[in-house]
Design a protein around this ligand. Structure first.
Ligand SMILES: *[C@@H]1O[C@H](CO)[C@@H](O)[C@H](O)[C@H]1NC(C)=O
Ligand SMILES: *[C@@H]1O[C@H](CO)[C@@H](O)[C@H](O)[C@H]1NC(C)=O
Ligand SMILES: *[C@@H]1O[C@H](CO)[C@@H](O)[C@H](O)[C@H]1NC(C)=O
Ligand SMILES: *[C@@H]1O[C@H](CO)[C@@H](O)[C@H](O)[C@H]1NC(C)=O
Ligand SMILES: *[C@@H]1O[C@H](CO)[C@@H](O)[C@H](O)[C@H]1NC(C)=O
Ligand SMILES: *[C@@H]1O[C@H](CO)[C@@H](O)[C@H](O)[C@H]1NC(C)=O
Ligand SMILES: *[C@@H]1O[C@H](CO)[C@@H](O)[C@H](O)[C@H]1NC(C)=O
Length: 471
């Protein structure tokens, strides 16, 4: 959002900035130059073509020349608009937008020449890979190499990504910038077809019922998604939710959920034995039976990896007030915490079933966020982070690190991380334990027991860990 203020003389920052800036500005320019002067799209596209399958973007250093050429063309456009005698508001607005682009382009050219000075171009093959400092490119099984063919197409997306100038009559500067740049995840560029699809809708009309496409994009790292100017659908016969005194443990009404994109078409399908193999979800299979409280039964230390909620809360009486549950869940943990006056946000995606809807219908707070996203909480704020049934042997250590360090960021000093039944193969446990140990937390509770339900060579790991104070 704040292009100018993130601009620092560091080479790395310049590179990041370039990666973000170039596609956005070039894409904006393509559309305007293309539509208004009929120039060929292909003349410009090669500057952001991905050539190497290992990198998302390769920017030749000759991009500077390209930018100069674009500057010249925008100049010509501006001149034409200027001599246009039309009084129409639309032309004036258009002209203003082009001016904004010209200014943005000048800034880009400036920063590019700064980069060229500090980083002379490689003389041999004239390719500089500006992507090298970023995390590994993500494999998208939905699309591959889309960048080679097309960039964004939908007009709404182009409009969304244009810098949104502040109103002259209002505050010219807001948050230190003159224009807000709505953000879209960079991976979106690799998923042009899907995100174009997502952004193709009737403005001011009814939105398509397509949360599943949105979730596909989010899971693939195209996150945050652009907002849309359409009315989201509501269930046809929505009835008011159950009363707060009963909603926590009552099955919500079928009419309050839009079932179109789920395999199940009513609530009984979510809990019935008969539908187990065709209801479209596997994680948290028992979750929708809201009469199952879990965590209730006292545990047998020698064979259970579960701590009870009361056992954990007793560690810090009255101190645990707000927190996060990061698990595939219908909110049962949050419900039990609510009964103990603790407010918990439940972070989960809708993995084949209406998890978020059910959490909300119970009167709890659903947080719709993917594992790849930074948590929407400020640093040092939460008393507790709990996670179960989610982290297990599938997770790579690098992703686990990003997740753990973000949890660490939002936990307050002396806040607790409750890792609830993390499981993996016996041989991998040390690897994972090293990652948990890296946080340097104090062990309040710690248990490793064999996981007996499946192969037999797996272990459960549960721990309650306390974040140290670091200044
Ligand atoms: C793109 O990559 C191929 C093989 O990886 C290479 O032969 C070709 O020269 C590259 N093109 C450019 C423009 O660098
Ligand atoms: C994008 O913005 C322009 C100028 O404001 C407008 O004319 C055009 O209709 C918009 N496109 C869409 C798809 O809303
Ligand atoms: C909503 O209620 C109407 C009238 O009772 C009924 O015909 C319709 O099938 C209901 N729609 C849904 C989605 O339940
Ligand atoms: C559902 O499955 C459980 C365990 O598999 C079994 O105990 C129970 O009787 C079944 N219930 C029905 C209604 O089939
Ligand atoms: C939900 O769980 C409870 C307690 O285990 C069980 O008695 C009940 O039959 C389950 N409901 C369904 C629909 O399976
Ligand atoms: C706990 O589990 C162990 C081993 O399975 C068993 O020997 C013991 O009797 C159990 N204790 C209780 C209180 O159930
Ligand atoms: C929760 O708060 C209510 C009202 O303040 C209080 O009466 C109740 O005892 C509290 N419950 C717990 C478990 O602390």
């Amino acid at each position: 959002m704040q292009r100018q203020s993130t601009f620092k003389p560091l080479k790395w920052h310049l590179r990041c900035l370039l990666i973000i800036l170039c596609p956005l500005i070039l894409i904006s320019l393509f559309s305007i130059v293309f539509f208004s002067s009929g120039l060929s799209y292909n003349q410009f596209i090669f500057t952001i073509k991905a050539n190497n399958s290992n990198s998302q973007l390769i920017l030749p250093y000759t991009i500077q020349t390209q930018v100069f050429s674009l500057q010249a063309q925008v100049g010509v456009l501006l001149e034409q608009l200027h001599s246009e005698s039309s009084e129409s508001k639309a032309v004036a607005k258009f002209s203003d937008q082009i001016l904004d682009i010209a200014i943005a382009l000048d800034k880009l050219a400036d920063s590019l020449s700064g980069l060229q000075r500090s980083n002379p171009p490689p003389s041999s093959n004239e390719i500089s890979n500006v992507d090298e400092d970023l995390s590994e490119p993500e494999e998208s099984d939905l699309e591959d190499g889309i960048m080679n063919r097309k960039v964004f197409n939908s007009g709404e997306l182009l409009n969304y990504t244009l810098p949104q100038s502040n109103r002259l009559s209002g505050k010219k500067h807001f948050l230190g910038v003159e224009a807000i740049n709505p953000s879209v995840g960079q991976v979106c560029a690799k998923m042009g077809v899907n995100i174009d699809h997502f952004m193709t809708y009737k403005v001011y009309g009814m939105c398509p019922d397509d949360w599943d496409i949105a979730q596909k994009l989010i899971i693939s790292g195209c996150d945050p998604l652009p907002r849309r100017r359409c009315f989201s659908r509501t269930p046809a016969n929505y009835s008011k939710p159950l009363h707060i005194t009963t909603s926590l443990w009552s099955q919500p009404s079928d009419v309050n959920i839009l079932w179109n994109r789920y395999k199940c078409k009513d609530y009984s399908c979510l809990v019935s034995n008969e539908t187990t193999d065709r209801r479209g979800f596997f994680k948290c299979a028992d979750c929708f039976n809201l009469s199952k409280r879990g965590w209730d039964s006292p545990t047998n230390e020698s064979n259970s990896a579960e701590f009870t909620i009361d056992e954990v809360l007793r560690l810090k009486p009255g101190e645990i007030r707000i927190g996060l549950d990061f698990s595939p869940t219908t909110g049962t943990f949050a419900a039990m915490m609510r009964e103990r006056n603790v407010t918990i946000a439940s972070a989960t995606l809708n993995l084949g079933a209406p998890f978020n809807e059910v959490i909300a219908l119970r009167g709890l707070l659903p947080l719709y966020i993917s594992v790849g996203s930074r948590l929407p909480f400020f640093d040092n704020t939460l008393d507790i982070v709990h996670s179960t049934l989610f982290l297990d042997g599938w997770i790579g250590t690098q992703l686990l690190q990003f997740v753990l360090f973000d949890w660490n960021r939002v936990l307050r000093p002396k806040g607790i991380l409750w890792v609830d039944r993390f499981f993996c193969k016996k041989d991998d446990m040390k690897l994972y334990l090293d990652e948990f140990s890296r946080l340097g937390y104090r062990k309040l509770l710690w248990r490793i027991v064999p996981k007996t339900d499946k192969l037999g060579n797996e272990l459960f790991f549960s721990a309650v860990l306390e974040k140290p104070s670091r200044s």
